[in-house]
Design a protein around this ligand. Structure first.
Ligand code: MN
Length: 271
């Protein structure tokens, strides 16, 4: 941030940051962008620099223990992530619970396939929506810290203005690190729809990547994300073409037995 004589700053079209401090509007945006990234570690996200305020987003519909929608907003080189417990509603009067989860790597954003049973997030993942988003303010990082992000989505299914509002933490457990609960709310605009029309997105059950339903992905998916492997290993495995007519290695007997025993135990329990 440079100190400028006021007249010179005005001539150059710089933005006043208080006192005699001025910055060029574009640079103000990029400075945050640069601070947030370690270019030695992260692959440069497509389009983020040139367009300044556009970021990718994805929503992965995830048939785990319970069906939910994993909303991921690209920011600072990662996907900020929330597990939305029900289909997002187009009705501004309907709030959806969005449980904050850990940041996800950008590479995860194109994944569609299965996570093996027994692993973290085990189940089928469907790429339900993708596109770009931008903040309604110049300070999305600060807004997220404060628990109040207003943004605009330009996806195949999610469009227009939305808000993420963080709920208060449990007063009875001060200081404990819990998962923050947020609310995902549609804001009033042309894309909003009241009443039963607000449920329109529930009819969207196919993948925006492959057109497949969750069942179809589960049936025929060769793509597997092993959550006990690193991102690099997973991406490498997904890129690898399946070997031609290679005989499957015989499954290790011990884990299979264990799994069966576990399943049987679970069945007995249910009964
Ligand atoms: Mn999930």
């Amino acid at each position: 941030m440079a100190r400028w004589p006021k007249k010179a700053a005005e001539t150059l079209g710089l933005r006043n940051c208080g006192g005699r401090r001025f910055v060029a509007p574009a640079m103000a945006k990029l400075s945050t962008y640069h601070q947030k990234r370690d270019f030695g570690l992260t692959r440069e996200p497509r389009g983020a620099v040139g367009k300044g305020d556009k970021h990718r987003f994805v929503i992965q519909r995830h048939a785990a223990t319970r069906l939910h929608y994993d909303l991921r907003l690209e920011l600072g080189g990662v996907y900020k992530s929330w597990a939305v417990t029900k289909t997002p509603s187009l009705d501004p009067a309907v709030k959806r619970l969005a449980v904050e989860v850990e940041d996800h790597p950008i590479e995860y954003g194109t994944f569609e396939g299965t996570i093996p049973e027994g692993q973290y997030g085990g189940g089928t993942v469907q790429l339900w929506d993708r596109g770009t988003w931008r903040s309604q303010t110049d300070t999305p990082e600060r807004d997220l810290e404060k628990g109040h992000l207003k943004f605009v989505m330009d996806g195949e299914r999610m469009k227009g203005k939305w808000a993420l509002i963080r709920m208060r933490d449990d007063k009875h457990r001060p200081g404990t690190r819990v998962r923050h609960n947020w609310l995902l709310i549609k804001e009033i605009d042309d894309e909003a729809a009241r009443g039963s029309k607000g449920d329109a997105l529930q009819k969207a059950v196919t993948s925006v990547k492959s057109g497949r339903t969750l069942d179809e992905i589960a049936d025929r998916s060769r793509k597997v994300w092993n959550s006990n492997r690193s991102v690099k290993e997973n991406v490498k495995a997904l890129k690898r073409k399946p070997a031609k007519k290679k005989k499957k290695a015989p499954a290790k007997k011990k884990p299979a037995k264990k799994k069966k025993a576990k399943k049987a135990a679970a069945k007995r329990k249910r009964k």
